[in-house]
Design a binder for this molecule. Structure first.
Ligand SMILES: Cc1cc2nc3c(=O)[nH]c(=O)nc-3n(C[C@H](O)[C@H](O)[C@H](O)COP(=O)(O)OP(=O)(O)OC[C@H]3O[C@@H](n4cnc5c(N)ncnc54)[C@H](O)[C@@H]3O)c2cc1C
Length: 359
C-alpha cells in the first residue's frame, strides 16, 4: 500500500501528521522535506533574543524523535521537483511560502537555517536596517533593538507600521513605542538603490548604512510544485482542503482555502484537524472561527483580528492614552474585526466570541 505522503515539515506538515496519528496509528505515513526536518515553532524566530534562544535552541524536537513519535518515515534534505514522481495513496502539500526577494545581497529570515545565518552575521554587527514595517519587520525591530541591543532602522513606503493590518492611530502609537526603545523610522520612503548589502539609498536620497540589512517585505506561497493544479495567490483548495486534483490536498502558507489566504498558525492548526479526519476516511470541512493574531512587540502589545479582505466598513476607535480599542463595523453595523493595544489586549477573548466565523 502506498503511504499517505506529506511534503513539508513546517508547522502545517507536522500538524497534519500529529492530528492523523491521534485517529489513525498505523496507516503508512511518509514526510518529505528539503530541510533538516527538526521541529521548531516558526513564530519564535522573531522574538528569539527576548527568549534568549539561538537557532539551535529553538529546535524543540529533533527529526529522529519526530519520526518515532509519528510512526513515520521522514525523508530530509530531499527536494521534490515533480509530484508525479511520487507514489502515494493521498498527497498533502504543506510547502509554505518563500520570502519576496529584493536582492540576493539582502537577508531574509523564514526558517531555522536563515535564522542561524542571520545570528552569525549579527555577531560582528551593531546596526541593522529592516526593510518592511509589517508584522514580521516590526517584531524583529522590537526584538533586535530591545533585547539584542542593536541600533535598528525600519524602512517602509507606507505612513505607519503594520499599515494594512491596523488603523493609523494604532500604527502611530506602535511607532512611538518603538521609537521610545530606540528604533529609527524611515517611513514613506522606498529603497531606490542598494550599493552593497549594507548601503541603502532611499527615494528621498537619504543614504543609510547598516552592518546588516534584513528584508521583511512579505512572503509568496510556494506554488511551483502545483503546476498541474489550480492556483491563484496560493494553491486553490476547497473547504475540505482538496486541490483541483483527486487525492491531493494542501494547507498552511502555500494554500488559499475557499479564496481565503491566512498565513498564520491558528488557520493551519484548524486545517490540520479537519484534513487529518479526511485522510483517515471521514471527509471533514475546515472551520475557521475568528482567529486573532498576537503581534510580538512587547514594547507595545497588540492583538489583531483583521476584517475580511475587501469588506466595507469603518473603524470605531476608543483610546485611553496609548491603550486602544479599535472595532471594525461593516456597513450593516456588524462587528467584523478588532485591534486591541496596551491594557486593552485583555479584551481579546470576549471580543473574539462576538466576531462572525470566517469559514
Ligand atoms: C518570523 C515569523 C514570525 C511569525 N510569527 C507568527 C505569529 O506570531 N503568529 C502566527 O500565527 N503566525 C506567525 N508567522 C506565520 C507562521 O509561522 C506560518 O504561517 C507557519 O509557520 C507556516 O507553516 P507552513 O508549514 O505552512 O510553512 P513552512 O514552515 O514554510 O514549511 C514549509 C515546509 O515545506 C518544505 N518544502 C517546501 N518546498 C519543498 C519541496 N519542493 N520539496 C520538499 N520540501 C519542501 C520546507 O522545507 C518546509 O519544511 C510568522 C512567520 C514568520 C516568518
Amino acid at each position: 500500500m502506498h503511504p499517505i505522503t506529506i511534503i513539508g515539515t513546517g508547522l502545517a506538515g507536522y500538524a497534519v501528521a500529529r492530528e492523523l496519528r491521534k485517529i489513525d496509528k498505523d496507516s503508512p505515513l511518509k514526510l518529505i522535506t528539503n530541510d533538516d526536518g527538526n521541529f521548531y515553532s516558526k513564530p519564535m524566530l522573531s522574538n528569539a533574543f527576548a527568549k534568549n534562544k539561538t537557532a539551535e535552541a529553538l529546535i524543540t524536537t529533533p527529526v529522529a524523535k519526530m519520526a518515532e513519535q509519528l510512526n513515520a518515515e521522514i525523508l530530509t534534505h530531499t527536494e521534490v521537483t515533480d509530484i508525479k514522481s511520487l507514489n502515494y495513496s493521498k498527497l498533502v502539500l504543506a510547502l509554505g511560502a518563500k520570502p519576496i526577494s529584493l536582492s540576493d545581497k539582502i537577508l531574509s529570515v523564514n526558517d531555522l537555517t536563515d535564522y542561524a545565518n542571520f545570528r552569525n552575521v549579527l555577531k560582528d554587527a551593531k546596526t541593522v536596517a529592516i526593510i518592511g514595517a509589517g508584522l514580521i519587520g516590526c517584531e524583529f525591530a522590537n526584538d533586535l533593538q530591545q533585547y539584542g541591543n542593536f541600533q535598528v532602522s525600519l524602512i517602509d513606503p507606507i505612513s505607519h507600521p503594520l499599515g494594512t493590518l491596523v488603523p493609523p492611530e494604532v500604527g502611530q502609537s506602535l511607532k512611538a513605542a518603538l521609537e521610545n526603545i530606540g528604533v529609527k523610522f524611515y517611513l514613506e520612503k522606498a529603497i531606490k538603490h542598494i550599493d552593497s548589502g549594507y548601503k541603502l539609498t532611499l527615494t528621498d536620497n537619504t543614504v543609510l548604512e547598516a552592518d546588516v540589512v534584513l528584508s521583511a517585505i512579505g512572503l509568496r506561497p510556494r506554488i511551483d510544485l502545483a503546476a498541474d493544479l489550480a492556483v491563484k495567490q496560493g494553491i486553490i483548495v476547497d473547504k475540505y482542503l482538496k486541490t483541483s486534483a483527486d487525492n491531493i490536498y494542501a494547507l498552511g502558507d502555500c494554500a488559499e482555502v475557499e479564496g481565503i489566504f491566512l498565513p498564520y498558525v491558528m488557520p493551519l492548526m484548524n486545517s490540520a484537524r479537519a484534513l487529518a479526519k479526511t485522510l483517515a476516511g471521514q471527509t471533514t470541512a475546515v472551520n475557521y472561527p475568528a482567529m486573532p493574531v498576537v503581534v510580538k512587540t512587547p514594547a507595545y502589545p497588540i492583538v489583531v483580528s483583521p476584517p475580511a479582505a475587501g469588506i466595507k466598513g469603518k473603524w470605531k476607535i476608543e483610546a485611553d492614552k496609548e491603550n486602544i480599542r479599535a472595532l471594525f463595523y461593516t456597513e450593516q453595523q456588524q462587528l467584523s474585526g478588532f485591534v486591541l493595544t496596551g491594557t486593552k489586549v485583555a479584551e481579546k477573548a470576549s471580543l473574539t466570541k462576538q466576531l462572525p466565523s470566517i469559514l
